[in-house]
Design a protein around this ligand. Structure first.
Ligand code: SF4
Length: 389
């Protein structure tokens, strides 16, 4: 771990400092995974912060690539690194008592009846998600799939040969499936060969099957977008690529180069973004994020409200009211091309939250025993509720 502390800009310094810097495997191998190395690389922090991180890492993973750390250091605007919106995403820094709402077991996105194989989730009528791998380049501490990705010794299955074959059979035998989404974790954690093999098998099922890939590699390890990967996406005619991104400070030159390369072979590139308190829950940050993505030719697609059952939920969970107010203002400021749908990722399916310009117009809240619930009817006409802040 000989590099990182002092790199203010990874692109500017990489050739002089490290010939391996642009090798995505080197980035993964040299990722920081413990509090001590991270504290040293960041120039130190208080014993209290150190204690909290160490405590939260019992049973939970942290992993930060040298590339992402270099972004944190290059973009920090205060000596207090804990205020960095990038640092806050990948470091479990909250107090234990702030775990409000997280029971360590509930995961409200993967319902048992939707799991057709250990890795194949069929939630919506015409598409399935294949959870190809539980690993990621770095770990977002707000992960919506926390039980797969963040939990040490997750009991959720990776895509072994058997579960992958079972999933192919399910897709073959289910004509209503028009689209297959490769997700995870991050499917780009697989090797190029493995991805090539997997995409070939999916493409072979039906010529007109839509194939979509979701990844956060561009923010955590943009060097993952190799020539071989681009060839693979092209060869199997991947139809759409979802870039996961959270903050404009993540839109580096490396990120943009990786986007351009994907755009050269995949017709539709879009972005999914979480809405996180203290990270991007303000109008100016989201405005810059959406407009900069639009400039790159990436369609801002969904802005996801935080899921209630994730570690550190009270740290990251903003209020729905705040999100509606911000998105309503942005709707007047930017074109719809730059404006994502703001959605609640409820276990019974995503719900697009209507935008209103003043609070009196919002009929969806109900207060019960002092707690405020947002109520809505989902895509299956089922009544759902969401405990708001
Ligand atoms: S990259 Fe995606 S799946 Fe992986 S930890 Fe982040 S949010 Fe979760």
């Amino acid at each position: 771990m000989d590099i990182i502390h002092v790199l203010p800009d990874s692109q500017q310094f990489l050739p002089e400092f490290n010939k391996s810097w642009t090798d995505w495997r080197w980035q993964q191998k040299n990722a920081l995974r413990d509090e001590g190395s991270l504290r040293t690389a960041c120039g130190g922090w208080s014993d209290e912060i150190a204690r909290r991180i160490q405590q939260n890492l019992q049973g939970q993973k942290m992993q930060i690539t040298p590339y992402y750390l270099s972004r944190i250091l290059a973009t920090k605007q205060s000596d207090d690194i804990t205020t960095s919106p990038l640092w806050r995403q990948v470091v479990p820094f909250w107090r234990e008592e702030e775990l409000n709402g997280y029971d360590g077991e509930s995961e409200n996105w993967e319902l048992n009846e939707e799991m057709k194989t250990p890795i194949c989730q069929h939630k919506y009528d015409n598409r399935v998600i294949l959870r190809m791998v539980n690993a990621c380049n770095s770990y977002c501490q707000f992960c919506f799939e926390a039980l797969r990705t963040l939990k040490v010794n997750s009991d959720k299955s990776n895509a072994g040969r058997t579960s992958f074959q079972q999933s192919l059979e399910y897709i073959k035998n289910t004509p209503s499936v028009e689209e297959v989404i490769l997700s995870g974790g991050d499917p780009l954690m697989l090797t190029d060969n493995k991805l090539d093999e997997s995409l070939a098998a999916i493409r072979e099922i039906r010529e007109d099957l839509l194939i979509r890939v979701h990844s956060r590699a561009l923010t955590f390890n943009p060097y993952r977008i190799t020539d071989a990967l681009i060839e693979t996406l092209k060869k199997h005619r991947v139809n759409a690529f979802g870039v996961h991104v959270c903050h404009p400070l993540e839109l580096s030159n490396e990120f943009q180069n990786a986007v351009r390369r994907i755009q050269s072979v995949v017709p539709i590139v879009f972005s999914n973004m979480p809405f996180l308190r203290g990270i991007n829950d303000n109008e100016e940050t989201l405005h810059k994020l959406f407009i900069d993505l639009y400039r790159m030719g990436v369609k801002p697609y969904y802005l996801y409200h935080f899921m209630p059952f994730s570690p550190g939920s009270s740290e990251y969970k903003a209020s729905i009211n705040d999100a509606i107010a911000i998105m309503s203002k942005l709707k007047r400021r930017v074109s719809n091309i730059a404006l994502p749908e703001y959605v609640l990722p409820h276990m019974k399916g995503k719900f697009t939250v209507p935008l209103f310009t003043n609070a009196e117009e919002m009929p969806y809240f109900e207060t019960i025993n002092g707690r405020r619930y947002y109520r809505f009817t989902n895509w299956k006409n089922e009544q759902c509720e969401w405990l708001d802040n």
